[in-house]
Design a protein around this ligand. Structure first.
Ligand code: PRT
Ligand code: ZN
Length: 283
């Protein structure tokens, strides 16, 4: 049995649960429990505050965890980053009052900077040779400059709306973050096997995301051109139609390329184009 730590309630909870479900790890949504066994995979889910996940995985109390890369960096925990998961995107930025003139990182010399990420910021200032005072604040960091408590902040930004509504402007991005799958560094052979199985499933989920299954009728004499437009995983499936001179072509495309491909396919005579969602692609 493998134990996976995920955020209890917060920005990463729903997507972490969804990802595990897509990977075939189903569990009851336990409102008050903190440890829940999966009904479908030899795993249990441990609900924690995100700050506690890296250390819990480092200690081996959970073998795997899903958490923001920012939290892994701040904790300094010695864990393996197994995979970037493609959600929870954000960045850790330095921001200053919007009317201040920004001259470059040396601006921060002698300034008071409020943050919930003192270690990440301390490492950045050390790297840049900047001497500033780092003030640890556990929440509402963005209000500290207008409250006169700090000259600048170092915080998570996603849309930038919070900075704007607090009269601040972003001046340096120190780190880009997203949710990551982390693992303990000394997994047993048995746990490694379970972790690898889960990772393979997660890879499948990631590959299938944003993929569309497309099928259409195409005149047989335009087939080679159509295959150039739609390369597919190995090669597209071609099925002859009862009507002479026509065949049905099936393939998989990235959602972002769909409309451009459809335009090109119509130009070479494709008809009856059908686009379907892809649930899983197993490599
Ligand atoms: O209770 P617990 O300790 O578990 O939760 P938490 O309050 O510490 O974390 P939570 O749930 O807010 O965030 C969990 C993780 O989501 C973070 O560690 C990041 O990896 C990721 N994430 C992604 C974000 C954001 N986007 C985000 N926008 N975390 C926080 N924010 C906050 C930010 O602190 C700021 O206040 O949103 C505000 C900025 O948002 P914009 O869109 O206005 O720029
Ligand atoms: Zn937290």
């Amino acid at each position: 049995m493998i134990r996976i730590a995920i955020q209890n309630k917060g920005r990463l909870s729903d997507e972490s649960t969804e990802l595990l479900n897509h990977a075939g790890v189903f569990f009851d949504n336990a409102k008050r429990k903190y440890l829940v066994k999966s009904r479908s995979f030899p795993a249990e889910v441990l609900y924690l505050r995100d700050d506690d996940i890296p250390a819990t995985v480092e200690s081996g109390a959970a073998q795997l965890g899903i958490v923001g890369l920012n939290e892994v960096a701040e904790s300094g925990a010695d864990v393996k980053i197994v995979k970037r998961l493609g959600f929870g995107y954000c960045r850790l930025c330095l921001a200053i009052p919007k009317n201040e003139e920004y001259t470059g990182p040396e601006y921060f010399n002698g300034k008071r900077v409020a943050t919930s990420y003192p270690k990440v910021l301390g490492r950045y200032f050390d790297r840049m040779g900047i001497k500033a005072t780092i003030m640890f604040i556990s929440g509402s960091v963005e209000i500290t400059p207008s409250a006169g408590m700090a000259d600048a902040i170092f915080d998570i930004v996603s849309s930038g709306g919070t900075l704007v509504s607090n009269g601040l402007k972003e001046v340096e991005t120190v780190m880009e973050s997203e949710a990551v799958l982390i693992a303990n560094n000394e997994l047993s052979a048995e746990d490694t096997e379970l972790a690898d199985e889960l990772l393979a499933r997660i890879e499948s989920v990631a590959i299938s995301r944003d993929k569309k299954y497309i099928l259409m009728n195409i005149p047989t004499d335009r087939l080679q051109e159509a295959i150039k437009i739609l390369p597919a995983m190995r090669s597209p499936t071609v099925i002859p139609l009862a009507a002479e001179g026509w065949c049905s072509l099936h393939s998989v495309v990235a959602a972002g390329e769909l409309w451009e491909k459809v335009r090109l396919l119509k130009q070479i005579g494709a008809e009856g184009i059908l686009v379907l969602n892809v649930d899983k692609i197993i490599l």
